[in-house]
Design a protein around this ligand. Sequence first.
Ligand SMILES: N[C@@H](CCC(=O)N[C@@H](CS)C(=O)NCC(=O)O)C(=O)O
Length: 198
Amino acid sequence: MRLYANSMSPYARKVFVVIHEHGLHDKVELIDVNPRQKPEAVIPLNPLGKIPFLVTADGLTLKDSPVIAEYLDAEFGKERLLPASGPARWRALTRIADADGIIEAAILVRNERLRPAAEQSAEFIAWHFGKVQRCLDELERTIDPAAPEFDLGLVATACAIGYTARRLPEFEGIKHPRLAAFYARLLERPSMAATEPS
Ligand SMILES: N[C@@H](CCC(=O)N[C@@H](CS)C(=O)NCC(=O)O)C(=O)O
């Protein structure tokens, strides 16, 4: 299989964790690509121009990090990281949706801030920043940093926390104490430590 991704992508990090957890390095070849810098490597296979996407051994092109992560987990994992059914599955999927929403809003804020100052919209930044802030505040209230669970929902949550801490100065150093403890706990997992962008 070929995984088109980028080692800095917070979405792809979920997929990297699944690969690590299930020992799939021999099965998945990483094509490290930045779609904006090398669109010709991405667009013919994925017209959306986004990474990650996975070309399977059967020639299927799977897109969207939750889909790819679930595919690798369901097809190749022994102990599932995404529960197959029941409340634990719906909780994990909702955590993934929230985490990806945090990342999406954080990317929009960051990209807007990278534009020339005179062209930036303070309203746009505030709207998307508010999403990140509220979701992190909610996580701070609800997450149990000491709970011993580990599933794809929590991996996604940690990927979002790690991304906001790296890319939005307001959250650098992980300002929420329970989230900091949670992130530190997940980093004890070799798959999380190995996939932390440098
Ligand atoms: N929902 C997608 C989002 C993927 C995504 O936006 N990836 C970014 C890289 S982190 C990208 O490819 N951006 C280029 C673009 O949107 O044109 C997923 O979870 O895989």
